[in-house]
Design a protein around this ligand. Structure first.
Ligand code: PEP
Ligand code: MG
Length: 587
């Protein structure tokens, strides 16, 4: 491999040096010619793969909850396909006729069948092409059999990682994560930060340039990967790593100092968590409580959790965080956080589909179980409930009605619970921005989810690398929306926080402080650095900065203003913060 530099979006800071290990790279299909003697072996491998895939699908089917009948149907159809002679016998014959290995024969057969189905007039039959492809991918992964490779001291590389992949893996030995797909707010990014592993997403050329086993340097501050570094590179990066770690250590030592600006204005800096264990050492990060607890991760496991398991999780987190508050966000599945069973439904456009509160109000069995667990946990600690993906007032009212019913049920059952927990919403859809005043009258607090809001406002998929360059946080539509929501909340007398990644971006943070946000919430990884930065700013400076950006209609002018003014105040420290707003500082 020649020495080369690949660029991606830095999503978790730090520098790592190590060897690349690829996880299920679906583009690397084995294409091998075989001798007639190998025909029987390849055919039998194909049959074995088909039976393992059927078994795995049956297990998945058993775990689909009763009230999700449509998902069961999709999985049942895939089980049928995994034994369909049109697919398997045909691929078996291709192995024999063309003398090619099972993976290659399978790929050709899947493509041919998909083509036939795609051309059919009947829309139901046309859609079967997706099922054939899905089963083909499972069979291929099974034939490749690379899923359980040793990941000790490795730099994990992949086309993309789903939250479910991340949940399954043991990250202990992993030094850094790099993916070809994914945006800065993907869950790979969020989880890597939680695990303190440097990460880059959307790395151009990763799949065609880098190879399994290559020695590389991952620069999670500037957003690049250096392939085949020489001794000089390694020395230089080791020294950069030392400087960065020294700064990080200093901010950690001061983590518990309050986030008070030079003119005395204080802001709460809270943590975004996704797993109960993260609550253990939260105090050391300096967080003023938890502004966002993403509850979906325990639902991404194979088996949906029951009320007792959820109650135990929420009760344990609330106790650990008390007396500080923890805001539990109800299940936000769909789009980039598909439940295993939901994935089978393959909605044509899941980001605009049944996600967040929409899914919960449709599948109320799952939602009510979660709300009961939350209400029961609410008697200890200091808790609030937050609803994701709200797009209209009716959704909040529906949840209030459900909570009222659950209160009566729990009372009748004699189960202690809290019936007056503060109820807030995520503001992350354009409709919520436009009716922020109306929504503020129905709930107790707002938290702006800039990860989704930026994407929905500009109409881009947050996990699509082809349009990630358009995800512009300084777009005037975004900046004006933020101001509008913050002002509406304050006019209606409720507090407003920002829990999207923008809050941890040094430029984003400065603007949000200037707009008067009450609190910010980010990955624990960033908290000490954010507090350190806040202590070096003053509220008047931030107010003027936000005003200049709000007045600007040109993103590059806003970028220049931010870069020049913050550089003047923060100096070299600015380079130690991860930004996706201004990424021109590449080596
Ligand atoms: C957001 O959308 O900004 C957010 C915090 O939620 P998530 O990233 O989990 O969608
Ligand atoms: Mg969101």
């Amino acid at each position: 491999m020649p020495r080369a530099l690949l660029f991606g979006t830095p999503v978790s800071p730090g520098i790592a040096i190590g060897e690349l290990r690829f996880k299920h790279n679906t583009r690397l299909i084995e294409r091998r010619r075989i001798s007639p003697r190998e025909i029987a072996k390849e055919q039998s491998m194909l049959r074995d793969a088909a039976s393992s895939v059927r078994e795995a699908l049956r297990e998945a089917m058993d775990k689909v909850p009763e009230d999700m009948a449509e998902y069961r149907e999709v999985i049942a159809a895939q089980i049928e396909l995994a034994r369909d002679p049109k697919l398997l016998d045909k691929a078996g014959k291709v192995i024999e006729k063309d003398l090619i290995c099972a993976s290659w024969a399978l790929e050709n057969t899947v493509e041919e069948l998909c083509d036939i189905f795609r051309k059919m007039d009947n829309p139901y039959l046309r859609d079967r092409a997706q099922d054939i492809r899905a089963v083909g991918l499972r069979l291929r992964a099974c034939l490749a059999g690379t899923e359980s490779e040793e990941l000790e001291a490795a730099i994990l590389a992949a086309e993309d990682l789903s939250p479910a992949d991340v949940m399954e893996m043991d990250f202990k030995g992993i030094q850094a994560v790099v993916t070809a797909e994914g945006g800065p707010t993907s869950h790979t990014a969020i989880l890597s930060r939680g695990l303190h592993i440097p990460a880059l997403v959307g790395v151009t050329g990763l799949l065609n340039t880098a190879l399994h086993g290559d020695r590389v340097i991952v620069d999670g501050l500037k957003g690049c990967i250096l392939l085949d570094p020489d001794e000089k590179d390694i020395k230089q990066y080791e020294s950069r790593r030392t400087d960065y770690l020294a700064w990080e250590n200093r901010t950690r030592k001061e983590a518990r100092w309050p986030a008070e600006m030079t003119d005395g204005v204080r802001v709460a800096v809270q943590a975004n968590l996704e797993r109960a264990e993260e609550a253990d050492d939260l105090a050391a990060t300096g967080a003023d409580g938890v502004g966002l607890y993403r509850t979906e991760f325990s639902f991404l496991r194979e088996q949906l959790p029951d009320e007792e398991a959820l109650f135990a999780e929420y009760d344990c987190v609330a106790r650990k965080i008390a007396p500080e508050r923890v805001v539990f966000r109800t299940l936000d599945c769909g789009a980039d956080k598909m439940l295993a069973a939901q994935e089978a439904l393959r909605e044509p456009n899941p980001a605009l589909g049944l996600r967040g509160i929409r899914f919960c109000l449709r599948h109320q069995g799952i939602f009510r179980t979660q709300l009961r667990a939350l209400m029961r946990a609410g008697i200890t600690g200091n808790m609030a409930i937050m609803l994701p993906m709200i797009s209209g007032r009716e959704e909040i009212l529906a949840v209030r009605r459900i909570m009222q019913e659950l209160h009566q049920q729990l009372q009748a059952e004699g189960l202690p619970h809290a019936d007056q927990l503060p109820l807030g919403i995520m503001v992350e859809t354009p409709s919520a921005v436009l009716i922020a005043d109306t929504l503020a009258r129905e709930c107790d607090f707002f938290s702006i989810g800039t990860n989704d809001l930026i994407h929905y406002l500009i109409a881009i998929d947050r996990n699509n690398a082809h349009v990630s360059h358009l995800a512009e946080a300084l777009h005037p539509a975004v900046v004006r929306s933020l101001k509008r929501v913050i002002d509406a909340a304050h006019r209606e007398g409720i507090g407003v926080s920002v829990c999207g990644e923008l809050a941890a971006d040094p430029y984003g943070l400065a603007i949000l402080l200037g707009m008067g946000v009450d609190s910010v919430s980010a990955s624990p990884r960033f908290i000490s650095g954010m507090k350190h930065m806040i202590r070096r700013l003053d509220a008047k400076f931030c107010d003027e900065l936000a005003h200049s950006v709000l007045m600007s209609t040109d993103v590059s002018v806003s970028q220049r203003i931010l870069r020049e003014r913050l550089q003047a105040v923060l100096g070299p420290e600015l380079a130690f913060h991860t930004t996706s707003i201004l990424t021109e500082s590449r080596p």
